[in-house]
Design a protein. Sequence first.
Length: 279
Amino acid sequence: MKVERRNLAEFTTLAVGGPSEIWTVESPEDLERATSAPYRVLGNGSNLLVSDRGVPERVIRLGGVYARGSLGRVRDGNEAHLTPWIGAGVLLPALVQEALQAGLSGLEPLLGIPASVGGAVRMNAGTRYGEIADVLEAVEVFHAGLFHVLDPAELGLEYRTSHLPPGAIVTRVRFRLIPASKKDVATLMSRVDAARKGQPKRKSAGCAFKNPPGDAAGRLIDEAGFKGLRAGSAMISHEHGNFIINTGGASAKDVWKLVKHVQEELNLELEWEIWGELP
Ligand code: FAD
Ligand code: EPU
């Protein structure tokens, strides 16, 4: 196990966040030690806004056995393929590519989501083509010192959220995928890719706000004329209204000013999770 003090900006896709104690766990014993004091679990940091002062709790990252795993060997035929257990620290984009190469269908809707498997489960990551809940077979969780294997139905997975008990750490996951031709998998992937074309490639944490029922937060922010609004080095993207980007060296305080402005004007629900205290 490695314990180090680092800026969380190095571990978040928005590149924002102050000094914190990072515990990289590699085994069940590490998990037990790391969870013996207050902690938070970090995935790929792609849905987080972290305070410039960092967080006082331990920040647990999954390494070792929890960052390994692959989809496994696929047999021919049309029956569902149950993957081996895959570490929750594995990155989703790697699995999506592996599925394409293996000729396995089910992960295509998740193309382009820069999540870890554990973070994707916690947030029920998805697109309008589908969400991770659709392809989960079983989820292993470490909670209160014990490992539990849960049926996905027990996780309360809903639009961009779940009802995992506070403190529960997703450690491993099994997927249920369908053997398919590479061509079919690639076709659906290119459709999902096309739906992401309007999203900025700059540093961000994805969509900042949830879509209100029947509408799109990006459209509402656009209509309100907020695109291009800046606070320090943070900016509401010109490309997509629901993305706040870090144009270089933005602070959490900058980003938060934009979030508050949008919330006060449009009353949208935040999709991001906030870590630590923001002004
Ligand atoms: P983090 O951001 O690190 O953490 C998010 C939450 O999950 C925190 O509460 C954290 O404690 C918890 N968590 C992380 N790992 C674990 C674990 N192992 N066990 C328990 N809890 C855990 N999201 C979508 O749904 N659809 C999209 O199309 C999409 N597009 C995006 C595009 C870009 C460019 C970016 C930057 C983000 C996008 N997102 C999208 C948002 C983000 O990728 C998802 O919310 C994702 O699920 C977050 O996963 P993560 O591993 O980065 O989690
Ligand atoms: N729109 C505008 N102006 C903008 C942005 C969008 O008018 O600046 C309009 C679009 O023209 C479209 C509608 O709003 O009519 C919806 O936009 P888009 O197709 O870009 O999809 P979205 O609803 O904004 C959702 C998810 C994304 C996911 C895409 C693709 C949410 C909050 N967002 O975006 O997820 O990648 O669909 O399926 O559910 C995320 O959750 O972080 C995320 C990026």
